[in-house]
Design a protein around this ligand. Structure first.
Ligand code: GLC
Length: 681
């Protein structure tokens, strides 16, 4: 449809139709047919005629394209203007073939890999009846007590922005398998106090402008289609009804022109917040602020038209939101082709396709991070392995938000070892112990906050007991966040952090441990030494009294060192790399050499700090990175251009202050490299 046709359609719609277009209800609600209000429909106080008007359905169970097509067809037929609902779902790291969790994808430092995942999940999901996904999750995360760290690309605003933009571009395949995208949670949800789910956020404007908004700006520049405000509040105003955030920041400053959808039932949560006294007020505040669609509150569909009739809500406000939703549907061609290729036949042909599984395998190989290796890895041929731990025999390696992934169909670590022909033995006769341990996948993600993030006492007892057997212990860690493993590491000869590696994770881990593949992941988030160090991240702001050995009255703990256990950007390989640098006043050229005896990959990282700035700035910032692969003895050069903008700082008004003059740079394969390269911007 042309824009003029959309406007004509809009002008022809009744107030009830418009209110319906701004409403998202559960797809399962409609699965039982639309004739009689039964079950959930009654609970949601919706009549069949209201259900028919719903602008969107949220996929709240396994995707069934035939059922979805039937519901869309029926609703479109019954709708007064035959406007179809748009189907949305959380496809966060794969649809049927599950990729590593986003925090692991961040550890690949490979936006191209994220784009590939997005293209694959779009193909699987669109065939299965999904048209919009609630991804990328663009939140910067720095507190591992928060369960939703797993959904983010980590602690670096730069890396989160690159990965979010790549995901948006990957979803927007240029064929009829494209999926529309929704960046969330706008904004600063990752700052919930103490990592406590849904806890209040207190964030300064400078932190918003410098850290939490840039990944959304990158997603918007990449063409993201929707934005989802976060559950929290900014300046004590819930994001869903925050006119400054959704207007001045999102529309005016960031130039977003797409549609805004609330988070689950968040419009109705204005009542529990005490902001709105009832559903009508909640509707008024959220719609007026610029939240176009109400997910699962059912307030817009009941109150938008009466508010307009009473003159409390301007028709322009409602029309603006309805047009945003119609344009969203039109972008996918849904107004002309509501089903857009979804079918059981196509789903069967695409889901689990070999090339997609291979991409998921590659992502798992590149996202695992080797944290420690005293020499037991890679396992020598013929090594007899004793496999222990609560993650040795489970397919629950997918993490949370695993869409249609099925743990029951996911290969276990033991099955992977058997498939690869690794000799498994009992503890008494083995040459090495592999201890597969970590978090249960259902305890991460939303509602996954934890006050204790070490291994459990039972896991520690088991580890100590295994270590007493006198064989090297290799710990394979499964987690949706950095855990405090400081007490566990000394019992291990090696530690491989697998995060939650997805459908192909077990095979990837096995191939990394046997040396068939080389570990090359680098941490997307800092591993604290102690929970008391949190928040701890590579780009913390400078302090007036930096720590100095032996100094007192300085930035220190009396009972712990300042450094993390493993810093952002850190990761080992089975080979070694040497770095030489040269600068020419505009750029830094890094020559990387593989000085080991086997091929390997690493991530070259460039960090920097301006020596002087008008505002307090980070001790270091990630300026650039590049994943490279080298044969033994080979070398290659990587050139990074460094500009004043790379180290620029926003003030509290959102004005950008570029830093010129002297700065210090550092190059290496970890976030704690020394900044020893003088450079002048
Ligand atoms: C949840 C999450 C959000 C998700 C939405 C729909 O509460 O906060 O990330 O996209 O509801 O499932």
């Amino acid at each position: 449809m042309t824009h003029e046709q959309l406007l004509a359609l809009l002008n022809d719609m009744s107030p009830e139709e418009k209110a319906g277009q701004l409403t998202q209800i559960g797809l399962s609600l409609c699965a039982g047919g639309l004739s009689e209000p039964t079950g959930p429909m009654q609970e949601m106080q919706l009549t069949p005629s209201q259900v028919v008007l719903a602008g969107s359905l949220i996929g709240d169970g396994p995707s069934d394209p035939e059922e979805t097509a039937r519901v869309i067809t029926e609703m479109t037929r019954l709708h007064p203007h035959h406007i179809p609902p748009v189907i949305m779902k959380d496809i966060i790291h794969g649809h049927r073939t599950i990729f590593p969790i986003p925090l692991a994808m961040g550890s690949t430092f490979d936006p191209g890999m994220n784009a590939q995942m997005a293209a694959d999940e779009a193909e699987e999901a669109s065939a299965s009846g999904v048209q919009v996904t609630f991804a990328p999750m663009a939140d910067v995360v720095r507190d591992p007590r928060w369960g939703r760290c797993m959904e983010s690309a980590g602690e670096s605003a730069r890396l989160c922005g690159d990965m979010s933009a790549a995901l948006v571009r990957g979803l927007h395949r240029n064929d009829d398998s494209a999926l529309l995208s929704c960046a969330k949670h706008f904004a600063a949800y990752g700052l919930c106090q103490a990592g406590h789910e849904y806890a209040p956020v207190d964030v300064s404007r400078t932190e918003l402008y410098n850290v939490y908004l840039p990944p959304f700006a990158a997603a918007i520049d990449a063409g993201v289609d929707m934005i989802m405000p976060s559950f929290i509040g900014i300046d004590r105003v819930p994001c869903v009804c925050n006119e400054w955030l959704l207007g001045a920041v999102l529309r005016d400053r960031l130039g977003f022109t797409g549609a805004v959808i609330s988070d689950w039932a968040d419009v109705s949560q204005l009542i529990s917040h005490g902001i709105a006294s009832d559903g009508e007020e909640a509707t008024l505040y959220a719609l007026r602020a610029g939240c176009d669609m109400d997910m699962m509150s059912n307030l817009y569909i009941r109150h938008a038209a009466p508010l307009a009739e009473k003159g409390m809500l301007s028709p322009e406000t409602i029309d603006r939101s309805v047009l945003n939703i119609l344009e969203l549907k039109n972008r996918l061609g849904l107004l002309d082709d509501p089903l857009r290729g979804m079918s059981a036949q196509r789903q069967a042909a695409v889901c689990g396709r070999q090339d997609i599984r291979e991409h998921a395998y590659e992502a798992a190989v590149r996202s695992c991070v080797l944290l420690k290796n005293e020499g037991s890895l890679p396992l020598r041929a013929g090594t007899r392995v004793y496999l222990a731990g609560d993650h040795a025999d489970t397919g629950r390696l997918l993490g949370s938000w695993a869409a249609d992934g099925d743990p029951a169909e996911t290969m276990t670590l033991r099955q992977a070892f058997e498939e690869r022909g690794v000799a498994l033995s009992d503890l008494q006769h083995c040459d090495a112990v592999i201890y597969a341990v970590g978090e249960e996948q259902d305890t991460v993600g939303e509602d996954g906050s934890k006050a204790h993030i070490s291994l459990t006492s039972a896991q520690m007892r088991e580890l100590r007991s295994l270590a007493c057997a006198g064989r090297p212990v290799i710990m394979v860690l499964f987690c949706g966040r950095p855990l405090v493993i400081t007490d566990a590491v000394p019992y291990c000869d090696a530690v491989l952090n697998a995060w939650f590696p997805g459908t192909m994770g077990a095979l990837a881990i096995c191939d990394l441990l046997t040396g068939a593949r080389d570990p090359s992941g680098h941490l997307s988030m800092t591993f604290p030494r102690a929970i008391g160090q949190i928040p701890i991240h590579h780009d913390r702001l400078s302090t007036c009294r930096p720590y100095a050995e032996g100094a007192i009255y300085c930035n220190r703990y009396r009972d712990e060192v300042n450094d993390p256990l493993y810093p952002f950007g850190y990761g080992l390989s089975y080979t070694r790399f040497a770095f030489d640098t040269a600068t020419d006043g505009k750029s830094v050229t890094v020559t990387v050499r593989n000085t080991g005896d086997r091929a390997g990959e690493t991530v070259v990282q460039l960090y920097g700090r301006a020596c002087h700035a008008p505002f307090i700035r980070p001790d270091r910032q990630l300026i650039g990175y590049r994943r490279i692969s080298l044969a033994p003895g080979a070398e290659t050069s990587v050139t990074f251009t460094v500009t004043a903008r790379d180290l620029a700082v926003y003030d509290s008004e959102g004005t950008l202050h570029e830093c010129s003059g002297a700065c210090l740079l550092g190059v290496g394969e970890s976030g704690d490299v020394s900044l020893d390269i003088p450079f002048t911007l």
